[in-house]
Design a protein around this ligand. Structure first.
Ligand code: ACM
Length: 563
């Protein structure tokens, strides 16, 4: 077995909170002074200068905004309302008010890039400035993290009550000046909803969590062997048939099929186009770009189950009920290319972002090899062999997406047989595919399994952990990841758009399990893709993480407590 296959995603694997400040009876007790150590922002900002004192949020605090930032001013008021119980007023102002929270677009801040911001917290005033809306939004995320972790609760936490001599949470932000901007433009998290369907409500929660960590890309893995999860109006069977499987294998698949056991419970679900629009709008409001993935030509069992003519033999098959790499694969007839392009046409109407992911990974070639029709097609197209045919298939999609003003992205197998001209490569089998693509002048997103696959175990002692696919990926390893391979020249390194964390859900039946696997590893990855490399410090991250985990507790995230 190669290193790649030992990852074993589709191989047979061998293997709650202190929310209240203590209620001291001292009516006159002062809040503990805010010190720089209370600043625990994740991901760590680029520059931070603590100042004396703090800003105190009260029911009378006004959020002053310029016209361009008004939606974000209301967003801030909404963020702060549930836990504080304050309905903060939002007011327009051109001049710089001397008190309150001020949001400003400021072209001078263009030096911090399209997502950068400056945040000045002083005793009487908080000023967030950025050249673009995304920067203002990230300033809000930092503000939330400067407040006590209880700010993330969904209902008012115990308020001050002087007549009872009781002190609740004081909504203080430590005074500080922060200038911040991300290291990478692609700060992503993937979620596989094919293996297990995840409800819209959870998808939104996931997007909220990404935004909190200043991540800006949600890679929505929508189609799989075990389920097709997006409504396509032209092809209703994709969801009528492909969105449901009869049952699911229990535990790791043994080598001997006779030992497989199944749960006997149907599993299904899909997103209507209205659901998709809702998720995309929700993400846009949080500066998260959604990248849909429609897998082809492999990982297409559910599609073939829905429309057998898409397969190599035309024989009916069932939506897959176990995990692994399947021999069933799309054929390469013009009708099948047209079918997938029609699917993409509907996808393009739903997803406004530049990138469309077409999968391309683990496309088993056995059925293509055995099929006289496919062999004739290889001859007719003059593409040499099955790899050439896969490359041809992807090039059809590349041409289609390019003609529609979009960019194709695919897993690194799309390099095999020749890379499509405008393709971006997602490098998962280590860094090699990314290096090769960057050398060839293509953009790259790093997603190497050994650092960014959050389906792996978080402990060496797997007996103490819920079942996972295998492998071992602890928090410090994620944190240590450097997305730019040392092999790349500075010019080629510019092709590394960023990196992302993968959440494959074979062994994650529900949102609670997704949260357990994704957090806090996603917190570490957020710092990998945002923070300047020179500022990365695992010990310092772990100190900040203590406070940050209280935030995740307040948000009811079922994270795994790190060792
Ligand atoms: C993959 O893990 N097959 C992209």
């Amino acid at each position: 077995m190669s290193v790649r296959s030992t990852r074993g995603r589709r191989r047979l694997p061998v293997i709650a909170a202190a929310m209240l400040v203590a209620a001291a009876p001292a009516v006159f007790a002062r809040q503990p002074p805010q010190t720089p150590s209370t600043i625990a922002v994740i991901p760590r900002p680029m520059r931070m200068t603590p100042r004396a004192g703090h800003f105190r949020l009260t029911p009378l605090t006004i959020i002053w905004t310029d016209t361009a930032s008004a939606p974000l001013a209301h967003q801030l008021a909404r963020y702060l309302a549930p836990a504080t119980g304050f309905t903060l007023r939002v007011r327009a102002s051109r001049a710089l008010p001397s008190r309150g929270i001020v949001l400003r677009r400021d072209s001078r801040l263009a030096r911090l890039g399209p997502e950068g911001y400056r945040l000045d917290v002083g005793p009487s005033r908080v000023v967030a400035r950025a050249s673009r809306a995304a920067g203002v939004f990230y300033a809000l995320q930092t503000m939330r993290q400067l407040l006590p972790p209880e700010i993330f609760r969904d209902a008012p936490v115990r308020p001050d009550n002087f007549s009872l001599g009781r002190k609740g949470v004081a909504w203080n932000m430590p005074a500080v000046v922060i200038e911040d901007q991300p290291r990478f433009e692609w700060r992503g998290a993937h979620l596989d909803v094919g293996r297990h369907f995840m409800p819209v409500g959870f998808v939104k929660k996931y997007i909220d969590l990404l935004a909190l960590h200043k991540m800006n890309t949600f890679h929505w893995h929508l189609t799989e062997d075990q389920g097709w999860r997006i409504e396509i109006r032209k092809y209703p069977n994709l969801t009528a048939v492909g969105a449901r499987r009869n049952e699911t294998i229990v535990g790791h698949p043994q080598r001997d099929p006779a030992q497989w056991t199944f749960d006997g419970e149907p599993h299904g679900g899909y997103y209507t186009q209205d659901d998709v629009r809702e998720v995309v709008a929700y993400a846009q409001a949080r500066f998260v770009n959604v990248v849909p993935e429609i897998e082809m030509p492999g990982h297409a069992v559910a599609a073939i189950a829905a429309y057998p003519a898409l397969g190599v033999t035309g024989a009916p098959i069932a939506v897959a009920t176990r995990w692994g790499v399947f021999d069933d694969i799309l054929n390469a007839e013009p009708s099948t290319v047209a079918f997938m392009q029609n699917v993409l046409s509907e996808v393009l109407t739903l997803f406004p972002g530049p990138f469309i992911h077409i999968g391309g990974d683990e496309a088993a070639k056995a059925k293509w090899q055995a099929s006289p029709a496919i062999q004739a097609r290889i001859q007719a197209l003059g593409v040499g062999d099955e790899r050439g045919l896969q490359s041809w298939f992807i090039r059809q999609m590349d041409a289609f997406l390019t003609a529609h003003g979009r960019r194709l992205i695919g897993w690194d197998e799309i390099l095999e047989g020749g890379l499509a001209p405008n393709a971006t490569v997602m490098s998962w089998r280590g860094a090699q595919g990314g290096i090769e693509a960057a050398h060839a002048g293509h953009d790259v997103v790093m997603a190497p399994d050994s650092y960014t696959y959050f389906d792996r175990y978080q402990s060496r002692d797997t007996s103490a952990e819920p079942i996972a696919i295998g492998g071992f990926l602890p928090l410090d390893t994620v944190y240590s990841y450097e997305p730019v391979p040392a092999e790349l020249s500075p010019a080629d390194a510019r092709h590394i758009l960023g990196a992302q964390g993968q959440v494959w859900t074979e062994y994650m039946k529900d949102p609670r399990k997704v949260e357990y696997m994704a957090f806090p590893r996603m917190c570490a990855l957020a710092e990998v893709v945002w923070t300047p490399a020179a500022l990365k410090d695992y010990g310092n991250f772990r100190e900040r993480l203590v406070t940050h985990l209280r935030r995740l507790e307040a948000l009811d995230v079922n994270f795994r407590r790190p060792d």
